[in-house]
Design a protein around this ligand. Structure first.
Ligand SMILES: Nc1nc2c(c(=O)[nH]1)N[C@H]1C(S)=C(S)[C@@H](COP(=O)(O)OP(=O)(O)OC[C@H]3O[C@@H](n4cnc5c(=O)[nH]c(N)nc54)[C@H](O)[C@@H]3O)O[C@H]1N2
Ligand SMILES: Nc1nc2c(c(=O)[nH]1)N[C@H]1C(S)=C(S)[C@@H](COP(=O)(O)OP(=O)(O)OC[C@H]3O[C@@H](n4cnc5c(=O)[nH]c(N)nc54)[C@H](O)[C@@H]3O)O[C@H]1N2
Ligand SMILES: [Mo]
Length: 812
């Protein structure tokens, strides 16, 4: 989230599109209720299904799964055509005026630079014109140059008419226009809109572009950085925000630093494409501090073994030979027989990952599978044969499975990071049963044994293991507090003020106050720069529980601790105009007091940065936000409509194009993609509020609340196929089949797209074969093994199936 849960009460308009907050985030959804109650806020829901969020909305519109970019680009077109633009914001705080290279363009649904063989773009044309002498980007503040971002954007969105929305999304034109008008009101300086989204946008082969589409709209309305505004990703598991923050993605290290690639053999080469100079005079380009964060991370990992003359032990780090080793790639490699050992910690891929057939086969090719989990999972028992639902030949499977029982959150102490970036400390409520051990204990044992083996026997490259910092009081079990202090960082030598070298900021051995004290000379260590400040010499700030809110704006600055620097709203400098005055005087979050930025939140800019000179988007080289994303996104600098890999209609811009042309797809999976002649219905999948994924099956109460695997279909589809309410159905895709009960509902209605009737089949997830729930398989016997171009999330939300009444007894 750019903002926080508690900030949502400041909004005038909530748009839930690409999520179902009332059911998947029922506790956080109360802030929507607060906004409605206190400000008379309105709620819009755009979802293929009439969800429980829709049930409490002021306005609802249906949409065909996988078509949101058309809707979003059409909203942008509407705002531009009807002058619903927060012009002062757009001119000052976005890259609208930047001039783009002449070579950049698009046609046939593709941008310049596409290489069909490589299924990739050469992105060199997707850039600004840079003045060679100054190194600054050229701009046209009058926005008249036809090559400026604003005019290119206008041209790009021109085809996305309300008629196209109706044709591609199946959303009636009048419903679209009504929503566009409601949203247009939020271009006012004193009205804001918040975007709340989750998997309805991410789980597509162009998921990242869905989100960019809304972020661009929010910028045009002047809604980023302001109270009640923002892009608010409703994160999933209670600590999934912490997972990405701490670099548990295969291509990341803590604090969104990158794992080096093979093309970056040494530290100097690695830094060459980072820490860029500003593209406009006087801008911050905060990533210029990258070396400080990186060197401090290396000192934290390897202590004295990381020195300037050995490139801070850079050669200890793995180097990526592909963009990422995400789950799709790992299971593809497993399936090719190229992985021997899979260590599966807190994950149930047999139920969670796309195309179960492929994944079950992949697990069977392992030599060893280690499952660390507090509960029994289907993944640990993938080799069992469950009749027609799992036709494994158990006797032939040679994979050895070791289960290591762990504790769970209620038995652990530590911090959970919520969607609003708040690190909230919690304490253990119970002792773990039986032989269960904390994940940290188990990992400590593995490291210790590996170290001892390397010590005793040597090996090809023992240094990273032998030199890993492990200075915990009990080497068998690092405590949560020790780990948190390590993430905060400390001074290894005395840290002085660079402006006044005689002034000692933090003495050697003390915790650093914040990342502002980190250095690139080896005198500081820090495990995760964005967390710096969470546990400093003031103590454990994450354990704070003062819920005072003097401004009434939902800031709660003394409740827990929020990264970065306890800031609650990111980009909050953008909440004030070029003179430093709040756009909305009734909701001032920070303002310029003549000498510095001050107010109700920690300013997202150096306190003395002059308002007309230093722009708010300090992480960007430009200092402003991006309506055009330069070379960052793999699939284009503007979002463009692409059909899902499996779609009931052809791509309107290019009828030869299948799916996102640069999305993740492996050669072996192409033959497992179906088309609409065989599979005429669009399926989408989602969770139910009564369950938490796959593990509440172990709890009789949750299991009983929604006891049996079902699929949701419209009355019209039921009539067409002769399916009875509550009857059994068989649903199948190119990848597999499932049997379920039919829930025939008015909540899903047929759509008309491109002149065709399109039926949507809704498939909830939860069921498997362990626990108290009835046996069933959920959606992932059916889903395609393809993923987003930028982040590799599987396309769980839009694929094709067929459905018929089932004959005979199905589920055991
Ligand atoms: N009770 C409960 N709460 C949970 C979880 C749980 O298992 N149980 N899981 C947690 C996790 S890990 C996550 S990631 C979050 C997920 O939170 P959500 O994303 O809100 O959850 P989903 O149920 O996957 O639903 C997304 C909604 O998107 C809609 N949708 C599908 N396709 C499209 C599309 O193309 N466009 C649009 N606009 N909408 C579409 C679906 O109909 C559905 O209503 O929930 C978290 N909260
Ligand atoms: N078709 C389809 N598929 C989906 C989705 C969808 O919408 N549609 N959603 C996707 C999403 S967003 C998600 S997040 C995944 C969820 O998929 P998973 O993350 O696999 O699901 P969970 O059941 O939440 O959790 C996995 C395991 O973590 C264990 N666990 C809990 N606490 C701890 C702990 O402290 N330590 C350890 N070691 N283990 C612990 C639980 O017991 C559980 O068995 O499913 C994905 N799959
Ligand atoms: Mo999730």
């Amino acid at each position: 989230m750019t903002n926080s849960w508690t900030d949502i009460k400041n909004t005038d308009l909530v748009v839930v599109m690409g999520g179902n907050a009332a059911e998947a985030h029922p506790c956080g959804f109360k802030w929507v209720t607060e906004a409605k109650h206190h400000r008379g806020a309105k709620l819009i829901v755009v979802d293929p299904r009439f969800t429980r969020t829709a049930a409490v909305s002021d306005y609802y519109a249906p949409i065909r799964p996988g078509s949101d970019i058309v809707f979003l680009m059409a909203l942008i077109r509407h705002m531009i055509a009807n002058d619903k633009v927060q012009w002062d914001y757009v001119k000052a705080f976005t890259n609208a005026s930047f001039i783009v290279k002449d070579e950049f363009g698009w046609s046939d649904g593709l941008f310049t630079g596409y290489d069909e063989q490589k299924r990739d773009y050469d992105k060199s044309s997707w850039d600004y014109v840079i003045d060679e002498t100054t190194g600054f980007a050229l701009t046209d503040p009058t926005l008249t140059n036809p090559r400026c971002v604003w005019n290119l954007l206008k041209a790009h969105v021109d085809v996305y008419t309300p008629e196209l929305v109706e044709r591609v999304c199946g959303t009636p034109k009048d419903r679209f226009l009504h929503i566009a008008e409601m949203i247009g009101e939020c271009s006012s300086k004193t009205k804001t809109m918040t975007s709340m989204y989750a998997l309805g946008w991410t789980q597509h082969s162009k998921g990242a572009q869905n989100i960019r589409g809304m972020a661009m709209l929010q910028l045009i309305l002047g809604n980023i950085g302001v109270p009640g505004g923002g892009m608010n990703a409703l994160r999933g598991h209670s600590n999934i925000q912490g997972l990405t923050d701490l670099g548990l993605m295969s291509n990341l290290m803590p604090g969104y630093l990158n794992i080096p690639t093979e093309k970056e053999p040494d530290f100097a080469t690695y830094m060459k494409s980072r820490a860029f100079k500003p593209l406009q005079p006087g801008q911050t380009s905060y990533w210029q501090n990258y070396p400080k964060f990186m060197v401090s991370l290396m000192k934290s990992l390897f202590g004295d073994a990381a020195q300037k003359d050995n490139d801070w032990a850079y050669h200890y780090l793995p180097k990526l030979d592909v963009p990422a080793y995400d789950m799709l790639r790992m299971f593809e490699l497993m399936d090719q027989g190229r992985v021997n050992l899979y260590f599966c910690q807190g994950f149930n891929p047999l139920l969670a990952l796309a195309n179960r057939n492929k994944n079950a086969g992949a697990l069977a090719k392992l030599k060893l599978l280690v499952v660390m989990d507090p509960l029994q999972t289907e993944t640990a028992r993938f080799w069992e044969n469950h009749g027609i639902y799992n036709d494994a030949d158990s006797a032939a499977i040679q994979t050895e499975v070791i289960q290591l029982p762990t504790t769970c959150f209620a038995e652990d102490e530590g911090a959970l990071v919520n969607s609003g970036r708040w690190l909230q400390w919690h304490w253990a409520a119970a002792d773990a049963p039986g032989e269960a051990k904390a994940d940290t204990w188990i990992m400590a044992q593995i490291w210790r044994r590996m170290r001892d083996l390397y010590r005793a026997e040597g090996g090809p490259f023992p240094d990273p293991i032998l030199n890993l910092t492990w200075d915990y009081e009990d080497e068998n079990e690092p405590s949560p507090a020790e780990l948190a202090r390590e993430l905060n960082g400390r001074a290894l030598g005395d840290v002085f003020d660079p402006k006044d070298p005689a002034k000692l900021l933090t003495a050697a051995g003390k915790q650093v106050k914040s990342f502002a004290e980190l250095r690139d000379d080896g005198s500081t260590a820090c495990g995760c720069w964005i967390y710096s400040g969470c546990f400093n010499e003031d103590g454990n700030n994450m354990a704070r529980r003062d819920n005072a809110d003097p401004s009434g704006l939902g800031v709660h600055a003394k409740w827990a601790w929020s990264w970065p620097l306890n800031r609650r709203t990111l980009y909050n400098r953008a909440s004030a105009d070029l003179n430093g005055k709040a756009w909305d005087p009734a909701r001032p979050i920070i303002e310029w007091d003549g000498e510095k930025w001050a107010g109700n939140d920690v300013p997202d800019i150096a306190p003395a940065s002059k308002p007309g000179e230093v722009m708010p988007f300090i992480m960007n080289q430009e200092g402003v936000s991006r309506l055009f994303s330069r070379g960052l996104m793999r699939d284009g600098p503007f979002p463009t409509h692409m059909e899902p890999f499996e779609s009931p209609v052809q791509n309107v811009f290019n009828d030869r194009m299948r799916g996102n042309p640069v999305a993740r797809v492996f050669a072996s999976d192409v033959e497992h993609l179906g088309d609409s002649s065989e599979f005429p219905f669009v399926a989408t999948s989602y969770r139910l509020t009564e369950h938490f994924h796959y593990w509440t099956k172990h709890n009789v109460v949750n299991a009983a609340l929604q006891p049996e695997f079902f699929v949701e279909i419209s009355e019209q589809l039921a009539a067409e196929k002769g399916i009875e309410r509550g009857g059994r159905v068989r649903v199948w895709s190119k990848r597999g089949e499932v049997f379920a009960k039919a829930l025939v509902t008015k909540r899903i209605k047929p759509l008309t797209c491109d002149g065709k009737t399109v039926h949507v089949v809704g498939i909830p997830l939860h069921w498997g074969f362990v626990g108290a729930a009835k046996k069933g398989w959920g959606p992932n016997s059916l889903t395609p093994f393809v993923g987003d171009a930028n982040i590799e999330t599987p396309e769980f939300k839009a694929f094709l199936v067929n459905i018929e009444p089932a004959v005979g007894e199905a589920v055991s």
